[in-house]
Design a protein around this ligand. Structure first.
Ligand code: SAM
Ligand code: SF4
Length: 349
């Protein structure tokens, strides 16, 4: 593997004449890039993946250098926040080389935030280095604090290392937000306890509705939990105060008077958040999805590999942004077919 190009001050050089920022046909500025660095994962969460998954052949993947070049092209186009995700991003071999190269954009002030979404299983190993690379906040996905249930939901994960990873990240000075998918009949009764735990540890908690993405071998409708219902339940125990806090994402926030912490609600199914969408998603094969909930995509890998000159790449990005749709059309119905065939782990959550 070759070394990523970083100058003497640790900065990744950008082209001298920066191309213009990205604005879609609906006037939305695109300032947020999510990058799925691998479709692989050490877990098989029941709402995310099937038990038996066929992953992409490794030769299909962009190299870390190619990913860095693509990400840097987006930074040059005005992306201010970049989230690495997957699959499990920390399972990608040598991923820290990419994090370090992208961290140079943070240190140089070109990127406001470099962050990641992780299942936390590898966090203990990487916490200190992540902090050193300029990562200040991380989302850790955790749906239960019960070890047995954790194993059931993830089909193969252990809770212990995840909790240790969270502690290691906090000790390294990284702020953690816990993301939990609310699952009726599985973890819904435990959410008040998780809220108290997360807030007690100084972490915000965000709840997510299951989205119909990819076959999982299970019927999602059975465990689909509208967050409107969860909010009503929580309101019986806690004083929930509307909070104007925004992170540039789809979550809406409430302040919990009893704990002083924040509760986020991501409700793609019951409340469409598309009007303020500022993001695009890049897969580990260089496919750019302009919307999580639509099939249309642009192949940036071919352009990337055709020439080392970024002009063609920027033209392809422009053409893709012009196709960004107004919104998604998610529906959970009883046909058992997912609205979108690809898994969340491909596009990146
Ligand atoms: N493996 C990492 C993790 O679990 O945090 C990153 C990738 S994962 C696809 C990102 C987020 O998507 C996780 O918070 C996960 O709970 C969520 N997710 C996966 N499939 C989902 C689905 N069908 N509906 C809603 N959220 C989903
Ligand atoms: Fe892996 Fe994350 Fe999907 Fe769970 S939600 S299977 S941890 S990618």
């Amino acid at each position: 593997m070759t070394t990523l190009i970083i100058d003497r001050r640790g900065h990744v050089p950008l082209p001298a004449s920066a191309p213009p920022p990205m604005v879609d046909p609906f006037g939305r500025s695109i300032t947020y890039l999510r990058v799925s660095v691998t479709d692989r994962c050490d877990f098989r969460c029941t709402y995310c993946m099937a038990e038996q998954m066929t992953f992409l052949p490794r030769k299909e993947l962009l190299t870390l250098e190619e990913l860095e070049r693509l990400c840097s092209a987006f930074v040059a186009r005005g992306v201010r926040k970049l989230r690495l995700t997957g699959g499990e991003p920390l399972m990608r071999r040598n991923v820290m080389m990419l994090v370090r190269a992208l961290g140079a954009h943070v240190h140089a002030g070109r990127l406001e935030e470099l962050t990641l979404t992780t299942n936390g299983s590898q966090l203990s190993r990487f916490a200190t280095e992540l902090a050193d690379c300029g990562v200040r906040r991380i989302n850790v996905s955790l749906d239960t604090l019960k070890p047995d249930l954790f194993r059931t939901i993830t089909r193969r994960g252990d809770l212990g290392p995840v909790l240790e990873g969270i502690q290691a990240a906090q000790a390294a000075g990284i702020r953690i937000k816990i993301n939990a998918v609310a699952l009726k009949g599985i973890n819904d009764q435990e959410i008040p306890e998780m809220l108290r735990w997360a807030h007690g540890e100084g972490m915000d908690l965000t709840l997510i509705e299951t989205m119909p993405l990819g076959e999982t071998g299970e019927d999602r409708t059975e465990h689909y939990m509208p967050l409107s219902e969860m909010r009503a339940r929580l309101a019986e125990r806690f004083t929930l105060i509307e909070d104007t806090h925004r992170t540039g994402g789809p979550a809406r926030y409430l302040r919990v008077a009893e704990t002083g912490g924040r509760l986020g609600l991501i409700t793609p199914m019951t409340h469409n958040f598309c009007e303020s969408c500022n993001r695009v998603r890049l897969t580990c094969t260089g496919t750019l999805y302009m919307c999580l909930g639509q099939e249309d995509a642009a192949d940036l890998r071919a352009v990337l590999r055709a020439t080392p000159d970024d002009a063609a790449l920027h033209a392809a990005i422009d053409a893709a942004i012009l196709r960004k749709p107004k919104g998604h059309d998610f529906i959970i119905d009883r046909t058992q077919r997912p609205s979108v065939a690809r898994h969340m782990s491909v596009t990146g959550g």
